[in-house]
Design a protein around this ligand. Structure first.
Ligand code: SF4
Length: 333
């Protein structure tokens, strides 16, 4: 399904005269890894290595690994440009997936027909078809709004799990969003960021479903409970990730200072990947504040045995924000 764009990668390796290349693939592409390495080796003569660690998003660029293996080029698949290039040049390949826009919009229309004004959003895999999807919606009489790209999402209509700028840009004009893509992760984030209902057209399962704020009520209760528990804690662990697009040491240091001023005992915990087996051994803090990916705290990771808040939620504990001003209106920052 993916456009592997091996010619583009080959041309970039050749243009740069790269002799050693690190290839970073998201999980969904790893079944093709050996074929890709073989094809690139044969067409360029370069030494191609695979990055074997997790890759959660554009924030998770293997730039440090590329430096460690002395690569001349890092090829990062599946995400758009987000992190500033570091010591090793990076080639981003979006790994586009084509959808049948006519069929998809036709099926989504069954759900969308009670509204007039639709905001169109999608992931990097489908942004190349945004114009086509918009045209199909317009043909069926909908008023369609696609937010211009910007910040961490350079393409019109593109969203990330932690960043919904293109959706927020048009939120005053739309009654409902049409999300084209897989899973519930982005639709949940979209509701947390806008409060609007989302029709999910999933091209991978050929299904269309509706998700609304009501579906997130369990999550809302859980978030409030964790905020209350953190308010009553004495010791706080402030987590910072070393991942290039997640690291926020200055924010963590600021939070450490603010919690300390309010009488908490706060300590920064610096790590690469936020995992239960790392944190659960740090038994002294009664709660964590996570400055890395905000979705880890909100709905991401099972098995962490204490409450974990996002930066925004921590500011509720510190008395600098009101929870009700955030829910459904930029909860992810
Ligand atoms: S910070 Fe989290 S949600 Fe944002 S791109 Fe990275 S993994 Fe995805």
């Amino acid at each position: 399904m993916y456009h592997l764009e091996l010619e583009k990668v080959r041309d970039e390796i050749t243009r740069r005269g790269a002799r050693r290349v690190l290839l970073q693939l998201p999980d969904g592409m790893r079944p093709f890894a050996y074929q890709m390495v073989k094809a690139l080796k044969e067409s360029t003569g370069a030494h191609i290595m695979l990055s074997g660690d997790s890759c959660y998003g554009a924030c998770d660029l293997a730039s440090r690994q590329a430096l460690e293996v002395d690569a001349d080029l890092l090829v990062h698949y599946g995400h758009a440009e987000m992190v500033q290039e570091r010591d090793v040049p990076v080639l981003y390949v979006h790994a586009e997936v084509d959808v049948d826009a006519v069929k998809l919009v036709e099926e989504a229309t069954q759900f969308l027909k009670e509204w007039n004004s639709v905001g169109l959003v999608t992931t990097i895999q489908h942004v190349h078809q945004v114009d086509e999807l918009r045209d199909e919606l317009r043909k069926r009489g909908f008023e369609v709004h696609v937010g211009e790209g910007g910040g961490k999402t350079p393409y019109p209509g593109q969203i990330l799990g932690c960043y919904y700028l293109t959706a927020q840009k048009v939120m005053d004009d739309v009654e409902v969003y049409l999300y084209v893509g897989g899973g519930q992760f982005h639709p949940s984030g979209l509701i947390l960021s806008t409060g609007k209902p989302v029709v999910i057209a999933n091209p991978y399962t050929a299904s269309v479903t509706l998700k609304t704020e009501d579906d997130l009520m369990q999550l809302a209760k859980k978030r409030m409970a964790e905020i209350t528990a953190t308010r009553n804690a004495k010791r706080i662990g402030v987590i910072v990730s070393s991942k290039p697009g997640q690291g926020s040491l200055p924010i963590a240091m600021e939070l450490e200072k603010r919690f300390t001023k309010k009488g908490y005992e706060a300590v920064i915990i610096y790590l690469d990947e936020v995992r239960p087996e790392h944190l659960n051994n740090v038994v002294e803090p009664e709660a964590f504040v996570n400055t890395a990916c905000p979705r880890i705290a909100i709905d991401g990771i099972m098995g962490i045995d204490r409450p974990m808040l996002s930066v925004q939620e921590a500011e509720v504990v510190l008395g600098d924000r009101r929870w009700e001003d955030m829910w459904g209106q930029g909860y992810l920052g």
